[in-house]
Ligand binder design. Structure first.
Ligand code: FAD
Length: 354
């Protein structure tokens, strides 16, 4: 009987989206022996490559929340990083527009609230000034956020991955964590349904839409701990002809957060004009979840869906000197992509926690 090789790391990060990559890069400055595991064939193939690429100013978050303070601080750091590392970005500015007196009142409230948590550059504009800035936008008033911008998220993720691996992080792709055990001292992770094993003192769960499923693997009760995700679906539409707008334009937020943001994307790497709406949805078919060994299919991690523009390193095995000789399978197949083209295949696919 073949004995499965066990690889030892101090820290293992599950997921190479923007969060896992940023954590990997930062931890690499302080620790040795870090492993970054990603089930897809390159970094940022999921939510991190399917978003609006907006650098938010931090206007809407609840006062006193961690999100509010991190967003304000993170925005400044992100602009600095873009400058320093040559990551394409634009300070487009953002306009939140009112179309009646009630909405104007809401804008005033928004401005005061944002000011309290450090967003102190918002300007209240009359309808005339809004019109002079954006002739195609009809509004009675507007709130201008000069520090909102857009970023090329793919360049950002490439820079983060390079920063991590240059500092010794072992990044391995096509490596899906399919089981996990914790004995109170160290974690043991099973990759691709037992293809290999990783022992790690610390595990950082950055699995995005699968993070609650990954948390459940070692037996954490995600409902009890409050980790279960509440999903929303975002929809993008391309407008043709493209709206002639220079800022990001948003309506006044409503209590249910439905709404439409309009942006004109004109960075070289981003060609479409888009609008976004967020609609509450519980359609769990949009994500994959860990499953028991019994129901696993052959682990093939195929290319990403049609929207993805990630161009990271392919297999994590060959290009890093410290890369472990395990974890990836060559031979992505078309059957590896699901029918919607939304989600690459993974041994964890297709089942939900329910
Ligand atoms: C429609 C939409 C628009 C958005 N617009 C913006 C915006 O304009 N600005 C902004 O700041 N934010 C925006 N966001 C939010 C932002 O995109 C996310 O917060 C961010 O991308 C989350 O990154 P992540 O690394 O946590 O997740 P992901 O990018 O999903 O990364 C998780 C990674 O974990 C991997 N993984 C999962 N399970 C496993 C496993 N078992 N084994 C190995 N790997 C695994 C996945 O393959 C994936 O690569 C938007 C989100 C949406 C949905």
């Amino acid at each position: 009987m073949a004995v499965m090789e066990r690889h030892h790391f101090d820290i293992t990060i599950i997921g190479a989206g923007v969060v896992g990559l940023a954590i990997a890069e930062e931890l690499a400055r302080h620790f040795d022996s870090i492993l970054l595991l990603e089930k897809n064939e390159s970094q940022g193939q999921e939510t991190s490559s399917r978003n609006s690429e907006v650098i938010h100013a931090g206007i809407y978050y609840p006062e006193g929340s961690l999100k509010a303070s991190l967003c304000v601080e993170g925005r400044k750091l992100l602009y600095e990083a873009c400058e320093k590392r040559g990551i394409p970005y634009k300070r487009t500015g953002k306009l939140i527009v009112a179309t009646n007196p009630d909405e104007e009142e809401s804008l005033r409230g928004l401005q005061a609230k944002a000011h309290n948590h450090g967003v102190d550059d918002l300007l209240f504009l009359s309808g005339r000034v809004v019109h002079s800035l954006e002739p195609e936008v009809m509004a009675t008033a507007g709130l201008l956020s000069p520090s909102t911008g857009i970023i090329d998220s793919h360049s950002l993720m490439r820079a983060l991955l390079a920063g991590a691996t240059d500092n010794g992080v072992t990044a391995v792709f096509r490596s899906c964590v399919t089981a996990a055990h914790y004995d109170g001292v160290r974690h043991e992770l099973e990759i691709n349904d037992g293809e290999s094993l990783v022992a790690s003192r610390v595990v950082v769960n950055c699995a995005g839409l699968q993070s609650d499923c990954v948390a459940a693997l070692p037996g954490i009760d995600v409902d009890l701990e409050g980790y279960r995700l509440k999903l929303c679906k975002g929809s993008y539409f391309a407008a043709s002809p493209a709206p002639r707008i220079r800022h990001l334009v948003y309506p006044v937020p409503t209590p249910k957060h439905e709404g439409l943001g309009v942006r004109n994307t004109s960075m070289p790497s981003i060609t479409a004009s888009t609008r976004v709406s967020a609609t509450p949805s519980t359609r769990r078919s949009l994500r994959t979840c860990p499953v028991s060994r019994r129901s696993l299919s052959t682990p093939t991690c195929a290319a990403s869906g049609p929207n993805s523009r990630g161009r990271g390193r392919r297999s994590g095995i060959s290009s890093s000197p410290r890369r472990a000789a395990w974890g990836c399978r060559a031979g992505s197949t078309s059957s590896g992509s699901n029918r919607r083209g939304l989600r690459p295949a993974c041994p964890l696919r297709g089942l939900s926690l329910h």
